[in-house]
Design a protein around this ligand. Structure first.
Ligand code: NIG
Ligand code: FE
Length: 409
């Protein structure tokens, strides 16, 4: 069926008239009561009152009552391609060891690298599919997935091929990011510059040719790469045509400055950013991505989301779903909790999970319900959109619409 009218929605929040940058109030949200959308194939043709759109000729697709409809959630930062557990690290952290201490003593990212290298590509595919399905049930209709637990040319290729192979099997559209610069692999015989040069020369061009990644990410941190080491690498990635993004200011500052200077699309983490970094970020168009799941997993402070918004930054929120720092993988729980600690309005939280997250991925036509945009919606069993964050992620959607196709859970 090509064209159809979907609805009626108790409340429809298109979020399409809100600004990209800065703070938002709930009064800024335009709510269409008894709303509907006309979809034509995968895209939105019209948005409005159900009764105004229902001209008697267009086929109807009714939804359960009540339903609040918002743009499908976009998780702009995940590491869901991994094997094994890091329950041991979690227990060690809770007994007093720090993330960096555990990383130095053989746990941390390297532990997952070993387990992921030992996994077959088929096993990795099954793991991504299982995690992707779990995230679909949370209303996540677009998903970023990183490599970064291979850390050699063949092992990074294995991860990125696994992600590409699962894409047709998941309902979400995937955005794939190469994170070969996650840390200097412990078995690499050379320094950081040499490793990054090898990746830039022997991996990144292949990713372009085989369309295995759209973005290149790097972890700038004491336990990973310095701003000096990462700058030439990210410049090469950019010259090859990749969007760049940085894991920045997680424990120590430095990464956000490099990210902004190189025109990164997003800089993610920022828990350690001070007012100086916050103002610098806010002046740029680089999206600041808060990762409250990592704060909850590590027991560390949250990204200064309130200060970033007040300074005028673009703020997105993502799950960072990974086996080490953020094993929970529940975006709305994390975003709601960040909201209570950082005093974020519903408008700021929902924007951060939808159109501002689309900006973090440089995705056009995703993240709001405007004419011409993809018809991706999350449908919640309530007639008051504020219940979504109020229930702190415990109220799950009862369905989604993905590229115009209604899927009821
Ligand atoms: O985003 N910060 C670095 N990378 C991940 C953690 C990965 C891991 O510990 O396995 C993060 O938190
Ligand atoms: Fe991460």
């Amino acid at each position: 069926m090509k064209r159809k009218l979907i609805g009626p929605f108790s409340q429809l929040l298109p979020l399409s008239h809100l600004p990209l940058k800065g703070s938002l109030k709930d009064e800024d949200i335009k709510i269409i009561t008894d709303g509907g959308i006309i979809v034509n194939e995968a895209r939105i043709e019209r948005v409005g009152k159900f009764k105004d759109l229902n001209d008697g000729t267009i086929p109807l697709e009714r939804v359960n009552q009540p339903t609040v409809a918002i743009p499908g959630l976009i998780d702009a930062h995940t590491h869901i391609c991994y094997a094994g557990s890091r329950a041991q690290d979690y227990a060690l952290r809770n007994s007093g060891k720090t993330y960096l201490e555990i990383a130095k003593s053989g746990g941390g990212i390297w532990d997952t690298v070993t387990k992921t290298r030992n996994a077959s590509i088929e096993h990795l595919e099954d793991l991504i599919i299982a995690r992707g399905k779990k995230m679909l049930l949370q209303g996540i209709t677009t998903l970023e997935v990183k490599s970064g637990y291979g850390l050699s040319v063949p092992e990074e290729l294995k991860m990125l091929k696994a992600i590409k192979a699962v894409a047709p099997k998941l309902k979400q559209n995937l955005v794939t990011t190469c994170l070969a610069a996650h840390m200097l692999p412990k078995d690499y015989k050379g320094n950081g510059y040499e490793y990054l040069d090898e990746i830039a020369t022997h991996l990144l061009p292949t990713l372009q040719v085989e369309n295995l990644a759209q973005r290149v990410d790097a972890f700038v941190e004491e336990s990973a790469f310095s701003p000096e080491e990462i700058t030439p690498y990210l410049k090469k990635a950019k010259a090859l045509g990749f969007d760049i993004t940085v894991h920045a200011d997680q424990f120590t500052t430095g990464g956000s400055k490099v990210g902004v200077a190189l025109g990164a699309i997003s800089i993610d983490h920022l828990e350690a950013s001070t007012q100086k970094e916050i103002e610098h970020i806010a002046k740029s168009n680089t999206v600041a991505v808060a990762l409250p799941g990592a704060s909850l997993g590590l027991g560390c402070k949250f990204t200064p989301a309130r200060k970033l918004l007040d300074a005028g930054a673009v703020l997105a929120i993502a799950s960072d779903y990974n086996p080490g720092s953020a094993p929970m993988g529940n975006l709305m729980v994390q975003a709601s909790i960040l909201g209570t600690f950082e005093k974020l309005s519903n408008a700021e939280i929902l924007a951060a999970l939808t159109y501002r997250a689309a900006a973090a991925l440089n995705l056009k036509f995703y993240g709001s319900l405007a004419v011409g945009y993809y018809a991706d919606l999350a449908l919640y069993p309530t007639d008051d959109y504020r219940e979504i964050t109020y229930q702190q992620g415990q109220m799950l959607p009862h369905g989604i619409i993905k590229h115009g196709e209604k899927i009821v859970f």
